[in-house]
Design a protein. Sequence first.
Length: 225
Amino acid sequence: MEESISGFKVRGDWGDIVEHGERVTHAFREAGVDSDALAAWDEWRPKAHERIDEEVSEKTAEQASVGEGEGERAGKSPDDDLGSAGERLTESYEKLGDDDVDGAVSKWQDSIDYVARAADTAGRKALRTIENTVYRKVMTQIAPYYFDNDLVSANIRYVRSQEEFVFEVNVNDDDLKDAVREYLESYKEDVERWHVDTEKDVEAVAAAEGVDLPETDADTNPTTN
């Protein structure tokens, strides 16, 4: 493991990358981190059974996409909001017929708000479609697979000339980084007590990046319990 200014980096095969993500996650928990940010990181980090160009790519595209707007959070589609806008506009005319100018203005403003929310929802959905397609088909070919939130920033790339993966995990809080470092160093000193969470699937390397693996029998395939 190499330590950078803001984080921790490893180079190696897919099993090394998976184990690094698991150790960092365990270190966060040992340091007392229990948050949605940690749960999101734990979901994204590479798993032994995953392939970088499939599951990791998909998860990266999802977390990089445009977030939900007010309408989506309320469970409303653009058509729903446009329907509500039409209703409010009708009510606005009715208020005018009753000489209720203030009520008419209020309903008219509600109508405008619904139209704006419908446009926002439609725009976000369109952007997500474009982002997902462009990211998965283009960006992952020239940029690393990455994750970013308040807790951690991380990226994985495959160095074809070296036939190895590089996985860097940056901790966004300096004090937390110090705590994580201590736990990671303790893991190195007491390797025997470390257990990877899931069975390693080294064949994922070949599937992910077209890397040829050396022939091994069942006894040499690295697994842990």
